[in-house]
Design a protein around this ligand. Structure first.
Ligand code: SF4
Length: 105
């Protein structure tokens, strides 16, 4: 009986591995997957200054100590090369205040 339980546990672990490999952000319904160029990025009210976006794309986001996140003045020059990072920051922001507008929106 123990051998059957061990075999079942091993099979169960093999089935669960791919599930555990899925990043939580991939499951979020607002995940953006597009090549359309980014036109504008802005921060709505409610930033909690966690600095996550700054860690992901420091060329675009800046979070001064104890202040809300701001978009850097020259951020637009990085929209093209950093579009995936910007999308990730918007998706991962814990309070979902990062807004992204794309061409054609
Ligand atoms: S990830 Fe969101 S809450 Fe955190 S600093 Fe950036 S905008 Fe603010």
């Amino acid at each position: 009986m123990q051998a059957e339980i061990d075999a079942f546990s091993k099979r169960a672990r093999l089935w669960l591995l791919p599930v555990a490999a899925i990043r939580p952000t991939m499951l979020r319904r607002n995940r953006t997957v597009t090549d359309t160029p980014i036109k504008k990025v802005w921060i709505e009210e409610g930033c909690i200054s966690c600095k996550l976006c700054e860690d992901i794309a420091p060329q675009v986001f800046e979070v001064p100590d104890d202040e809300d996140c701001v978009i850097k003045p020259d951020a637009a020059t990085h929209f093209g090369p950093l579009s995936e990072d910007i999308d990730q920051a918007a998706d991962d922001c814990p309070v979902e205040v990062i807004q992204v507008e794309r061409d054609g929106d």
